[in-house]
Design a protein around this ligand. Structure first.
Ligand code: NAD
Length: 477
């Protein structure tokens, strides 16, 4: 059982799919691991760290891939870049399939069994494998760090002999995984933090982190299915806009994270609202990749509009690559562990496992995931089990899909909104089947204070759904 780890080729990708810690575990499971030279450099992992953990560092990707049974990646690799791996090798990563159906078909054609981690069901058992949560949590943290850097002033209140510095006012819009971590981080830095969300349940979580929850009376609760938000009606949008307009003018830093499964990101901050902010204010738009919550956001760019900085970086977790890789690699390890026979120390995939069914895109030369049924030739009859269950159990995190498809105007399939049967949203899957509700990573980790309530406890049982990762067009995790 040979595992290959390659240097990521996507521009700007700083993360790596394995760390010395996960490699030591893989070796303990009976695997041999080959790492392409320099694969961990951007994540502060030297080749010698990999060697010390028991891996073999190879000078080229081809050498690392030679006869590999498993390839672990961050972004979606081109099938042509995996030459040398075994024909039926497992390829596991954030493959960002929506809008990239032809790439997925190419992986199928090459014979690989490709698994996309964004489709991991959000059930208790798979919480440790939830890359969307692990990466969104870090993006929420990093959003505050970027904002603080661009702000040019201190965040905490300081009373010094030379005078008093007032605390920066930080407003977080959307209190899901990323938003809760942004709130916790801004609080730790001493900001005066307020937040809003359209789900009433989010209010308690926000307050448990010591921030003020703001919600208009007109909007009682816009919770949708599975603990996600639903799209607001025109009247509700107007009421929210009124609330935001009056609040935002007094803020120094605004962090927007609002998303609705299957829809483009809601526009919450207009040009006029930006112009109402004081010079030097900063906005970080974490929804940039899905079109942005701010009218002026330019995805992937930082702009300054009338002295207000608007940050639209789409791979914020990649700005803290060492930590992002640590958690991402752990998510992959946890998933791969379920596919190894620990006694025989050999690969033994249970193709009927709900996690496998939910994430498997291709097998035996065909695209087998039901959300991509039209993308490629049908699988051989004996393999269809994977297909049928995936459609029931999982379901894709379609939401993002559309957004990116819309953006890229690619040939991608329409996402959830266009196909009611498929649940969009992605990050959220659930415990509908098991009846359990897992705790969102953010609520746990974001809770700098132990008083934070687990977000999931409020949310109802969810159905497994899937959505696109927080990634960029090219397949960010
Ligand atoms: P998300 O990324 O879909 O959206 C971010 C936030 O934006 C959500 O809280 C949403 O309510 C909010 N939002 C949408 N429209 C808005 C608007 N107009 N104004 C303000 N806010 C708006 O959400 P997420 O981070 O994936 O989390 C969604 C839910 O899933 C939460 O309840 C979270 O606790 C839960 N969750 C569960 C698990 C799990 O069970 N393992 C894991 C992660 C998250």
């Amino acid at each position: 059982m040979k595992i290959a780890i390659l240097r990521e080729r996507a521009e700007g990708e700083t993360r790596v799919a394995a760390t010395p810690e996960t490699i030591a575990k893989f070796i303990g499971l009976g695997a041999s691991v080959s790492v392409e030279k320099g694969a961990g450099e951007a994540s502060r992992i030297l080749d010698s760290h990999y060697t010390d953990a028991g891996a073999k560092v190879e000078a080229t990707a081809a050498a690392a891939l030679k006869d590999a049974d498993i390839v672990l990646t961050v972004r979606r690799p081109a099938a042509s870049a995996l030459k040398g791996a075994k024909k039926d090798a497992l390829v596991i990563g954030a493959l960002d399939p929506y809008g990239h159906e032809s790439d997925i078909a190419a992986l199928a054609k090459a014979g690989f069994s490709a698994f996309t981690m964004e489709f991991m069901p959000r059930i208790t058992r798979a919480q440790v494998m939830d890359i969307l949560s692990s990466q969104a949590n870090l993006a929420g943290y990093q959003a505050v760090i970027e904002a603080a850097h661009a702000y040019g002033r201190a965040l905490p209140m300081m009373m010094t002999a030379a005078g008093t510095v007032r605390a920066a006012k930080v407003f977080v819009m959307g209190a899901g995984v990323a938003g809760l971590q942004a709130i916790a981080t801004a609080k730790r830095l001493g900001g005066a933090v307020s937040a809003t969300d359209v789900r009433a349940a989010a209010g308690e979580q926000v307050e448990s982190l010591g921030a003020k929850f703001i919600m208009t009376e007109a909007l009682k609760d816009a919770s949708g299915e599975g603990g996600y938000a639903r799209e607001l009606t025109k009247e509700e949008q107007a009421a929210q806009a009124e609330l935001v307009a009056s609040h935002i003018a007094k803020q120094d830093i605004v962090i927007t994270t609002a998303l609705i499964p299957g829809r483009p990101a809601p526009k919450l901050v207009t040009k006029a609202m930006v112009e109402s902010m004081a010079p030097g204010s900063v906005i970080v738009d974490l929804a940039a990749e899905r079109g942005g919550n701010v009218e002026l956001t330019k995805p992937g760019e930082t702009i300054v509009h009338k002295d207000v900085t608007i940050i639209g970086i789409t791979n914020l977790q990649g700005r803290i690559p060492a930590t992002a890789s640590q958690l991402y690699a752990k998510n992959l390890l946890a998933f791969l562990e379920t596919m190894v026979d620990k006694e025989a120390k050999a690969l033994k995939v249970n193709w009927d496992d709900e996690l496998v069914k939910a994430t498997l895109l291709t097998r035996d030369g065909a695209v087998v995931h039901p959300n991509f049924a039209d993308a490629a030739p049908k699988p051989a009859a004996k393999k269809t089990a994977a297909k049928s269950t995936a459609s029931k159990a999982n379901t894709s995190r379609t939401a993002g899909a559309k957004a990116s498809a819309a953006k890229t105007a690619s040939a991608s399939k329409p996402a959830a909104a266009d196909k009611p049967a498929a649940k969009p949203a992605a990050k959220k899957a659930t415990a509908a089947k098991s009846g359990t509700v897992s705790k969102p990573a953010a609520a746990k980790s974001a809770a700098a204070k132990s008083t934070a309530k687990p977000a999931a406890s409020k949310s109802t049982t969810r159905k497994t759904t899937a959505r696109k990762p927080a990634a960029k067009k090219d397949g960010d995790a």
